[in-house]
Ligand binder design. Structure first.
Ligand SMILES: *Cc1c(COP(=O)(O)O)cnc(C)c1O
Length: 422
């Protein structure tokens, strides 16, 4: 028995499913998780003494690579000064300034501890500001695990085939209106029927939790137009896309201005951070400035702020265009090899993210993504792991590259794809 098997057996006695977040259990790809002892650059080092080239990158946060010296040093220095104060610290002001400078629509920002908290709080604010209750959400978009979003939520829920989840009262999701991604007409219909009750539309500007699915031409612009017409708020959930699609996120790349923006993952540089922000007039409705309550004992934590700040400082001058070009080449090469083996492949890529769907496509929404062959993905995942390549343990996720991945890593990855058998 390898060490990961021992640890997983112990973990299953102590932690539900042996994991603290379901998809890590690797059930949908028919295997068990490898326990990670350490990580550096593009590599994971397992508790079993194996090295893997990583394309999960902690599900997104590690755009600079694992254990980047500048980030590690910032965290160590901060830790030596105390790990939590329950009072404001200078790092909060610095990170807030960095976010306001980076993200076009954000004039004020509130730090929280996860993406889940960011989206949950943004929707509360939208409801508070508009005095309306309904929320439009897209099937296959994931906005964290708050009750209101756990209807057709993609990602972990997609592979577990749970339609929503027990424990969420019907009344809580009754105000969540579900539309297919990229279907502007469905949203327009909702507004025609419920226009006076819709507080907000929340969307991943590029969907990353049903695999990578890009917005079709006019979709995001159309949402902006509908929200303006009916005086509802447009919320971009940029927990994945923020600082990844460009330094200013999807909104900068596409030139569309949401009312509220949710951030997470990269903003914490691998520590637990989320944030939501927007126009000053909206954000001033948040307590104690305004009447919409939201709080957090560890929010603005000095270690997390230091990690986020060090990450953003490095990203501000990073060559996003070069990373996008390298990622595109890698993804296209992988797709070509797999097609050469006679497999149906639809490739989506943008910036430093890509997904290979084992289907002829097209894939523009969750129903089409769900039609991809998950058996083929399982075979692909298992053989890549055996060859030292770590892909996401689910067919409905992105592969992420980082500034730490080298041409040599890509070469090894392509070799592994070439030798895979289906
Ligand atoms: C990961 C994710 C979240 C939730 O963030 P957590 O930090 O896991 O709570 C929300 N929205 C999107 C788009 C995500 O990818």
């Amino acid at each position: 028995m390898i060490r990961s098997e021992q640890l997983f057996a112990e973990a299953q006695q102590l932690i539900p499913g042996g994991v603290n977040s379901p998809v890590r259990a690797c059930r949908s790809v028919g295997t068990i998780p490898l326990f990670i002892a350490s990580a550096r650059d593009a590599y994971l080092h397992t508790a079993d003494g194996k090295r893997l080239i990583d394309y999960v990158m902690s599900w997104g946060p590690m755009l600079l690579g694992h254990a980047t010296p500048a980030v590690t040093q910032a965290v160590v220095e901060a830790a030596a000064k105390g790990t939590s104060f329950g009072a404001p610290c200078p790092g909060e002001v610095e990170l807030a300034q960095a976010v306001v400078d980076a993200v076009p629509s954000v004039e004020m920002v509130r730090m929280v501890n996860s993406g889940t908290e960011a989206t949950m709080s943004a929707v509360r604010l939208a409801r508070g500001v508009t005095g309306r209750t309904k929320v439009v959400k897209f099937k296959g978009c994931y906005h964290g695990h708050a009750d209101a979003f756990l209807a057709a939520a993609g990602s972990g829920l997609a592979t577990l085939s749970i339609p929503g989840t027990p424990g969420v009262p019907a009344a809580t999701v009754a105000d969540t209106l579900l539309a297919p991604y990229n279907d502007l007409d469905a949203v327009a219909d909702f507004f025609e029927t419920h226009g006076d009750d819709i507080a907000c539309v929340i969307v991943e500007p590029v969907a990353g939790n049903m695999g990578l699915v890009l917005p079709v031409e006019g979709f995001l612009e159309g949402l902006r137009g509908l929200c303006d017409k009916y005086e509802a708020l447009l919320i971009f959930d940029e927990v994945i896309t923020g600082f990844r699609l460009s330094y200013g996120g999807a909104q900068q790349r596409f030139g569309i201005t949401p009312d509220l923006t949710c951030l997470g993952k990269i903003i914490g540089g691998g520590l637990p951070v989320g944030a939501y922000g927007g126009k000053r007039a909206l954000m001033e409705r948040v307590a104690p400035c305004g009447d919409v309550y939201q709080a957090g004992t560890l929010s603005g934590n000095p270690l997390a702020m230091a990690a986020g700040l060090a990450t953003l400082r490095a990203l501000r001058t990073a060559d996003y265009a070069a990373l996008e070009q390298r990622t595109k080449t890698l993804a296209e090469d992988i797709a070509a090899i797999l097609r050469g083996k006679g497999l149906p492949v639809t490739l989506h890529h943008i910036a430093s993210a890509f997904t290979l769907f084992f289907t002829e496509g097209p894939v523009t929404n969750f129903a089409q993504a769900a039609a991809a062959d998950t058996e083929l993905y399982t075979r692909f995942f298992q053989q890549m792991r055996a060859a030292g390549i770590n892909l996401a343990p689910s067919a409905f996720e992105c592969a992420f590259t980082s500034f730490a991945h080298t041409e040599e890593d890509y070469g090894k990855t392509l070799d592994a794809v070439r030798t895979a058998k289906f």
